[in-house]
Design a protein around this ligand. Structure first.
Ligand SMILES: NC(=O)c1ccc[n+]([C@@H]2O[C@H](COP(=O)([O-])OP(=O)(O)OC[C@H]3O[C@@H](n4cnc5c(N)ncnc54)[C@H](OP(=O)(O)O)[C@@H]3O)[C@@H](O)[C@H]2O)c1
Length: 306
């Protein structure tokens, strides 16, 4: 199969496009003919070696959409030809490829009205947001949430999910992305280049930070007493709160078919629309990584694999 893979850690130039052996379905797994795979913020971190995988070569990529091509032993609920989408198990990479073997129990059927490109674009970001907004922050109708980094993939889905729950959404984005995040449902938008968000936001019930670094640290300041903040761009642990009266949380982002099915339901109900997408071929993986690593683009970068 063709794949975009690495043989060593490093800059975008270590991404190669070429042939790797086809995967086979172990018991409990399916092999999927990948039609689309998306670029996630984690991918360039894997590429530079932050996650420490060492069995080279391996394709990068964590989410995909496509057709079941082979079914391993003990898989009764999926069949060859089924249209599916999903996210690899934690610690597994491999979606930047024409084929991937993945545990069947974490893959879901793709609704007919959702394209492969959009399904791949929604998979890991949707899963992350279910974990962060619903399971971890337990956001409720009528609450106010600050979502940091509104124009990104995770935050764009999160804005829509929070609005669907009935919360008031404040978000941060550069001026060029304000129309985009307004279109996703944001009630209040802060141009983080022009204003310090801690000076204009206060009394929030919750914060969801997708930016990390200093933005994450400063986010505690906007919470009301008893407020809670979830962090997904600060590594495996939430940063230590700068105050004693708030809670810092790190969503676990566990893989489960039910999360994929919920993404499908939210899409079918019209609650979530796919993000703006910039398309690439697998042979352009280095270019896609350069843009991803710049951290200034809108929505999602997606490989159209077939
Ligand atoms: N399982 C997990 O824990 C998990 C899962 C998914 C993602 N993540 C992490 O979550 C983070 C977000 O990922 P992503 O793919 O959604 O987006 P991303 O590619 O990391 O970020 C892109 C967005 O960030 C915005 N941005 C950059 N600096 C900003 C700032 N100072 N304030 C506000 N917005 C800012 C940019 O908008 P502007 O152009 O407007 O600046 C751009 O739209 C990444 O660090 C990723 O690794 C973790």
């Amino acid at each position: 199969m063709k794949a975009a893979f690495i043989e060593k850690f490093g800059g975008p130039e270590v991404l190669q496009y070429g042939d790797l052996p086809d995967p086979v379905a172990a018991p409990g797994e399916v092999v999927i003919d990948v039609h689309a795979a998306s670029v996630n913020g984690a991918d360039w971190k894997v590429r530079v070696g932050q996650y420490g995988q060492s069995k080279f070569p391996f394709p990068l990529g964590r989410d995909f959409s496509g057709l079941v091509a082979a079914v391993g032993q003990d898989v009764a609920d999926l069949a060859v030809g089924d249209a599916v989408f999903g996210v690899c198990e934690a610690g597994q990479e491999g979606a930047y490829a024409e084929k991937i073997a993945v545990k069947a129990a974490i893959v879901a059927r793709k609704p007919a009205g959702l394209s492969d490109v959009d399904a791949a674009a929604l998979a890991l970001v949707g899963l992350t947001d279910m974990s962060a907004i619903e399971d971890t922050l337990k956001l409720e109708r009528g609450e106010t949430i600050l979502i940091q980094g509104g124009a990104g993939g995770v935050a764009g889905f999160a804005i829509q999910l929070a609005k669907h729950i009935g919360a008031r959404v404040i978000t941060t984005a550069s001026a060029a992305n304000h129309d985009y995040v307004r279109g996703l449902g944001a009630d209040e938008i802060i141009d983080y280049n022009a204003k310090d968000f801690t000076k204009v936001v206060s009394g929030c019930d919750a914060v969801f930070d997708t930016v990390g670094g200093e933005v994450a640290q400063k986010s505690f300041a906007v919470l009301k007493p008893g407020g809670r903040a979830a962090f997904i761009a600060s590594g495996a642990q939430a940063p230590t709160p700068t105050r004693k009266d708030v809670t810092a949380l790190r969503p676990p982002v566990g893989r489960a078919r039910r999360h994929m099915e919920r993404i499908a339901q939210l899409f079918q109900a019209g609650a979530i629309r796919p993000p703006e997408v910039k398309l690439y071929r697998l042979s352009q993986a280095a270019d896609a990584h350069r843009l991803s690593e710049s951290r200034h683009f809108r929505g999602k970068l997606v490989f159209k694999v077939r």
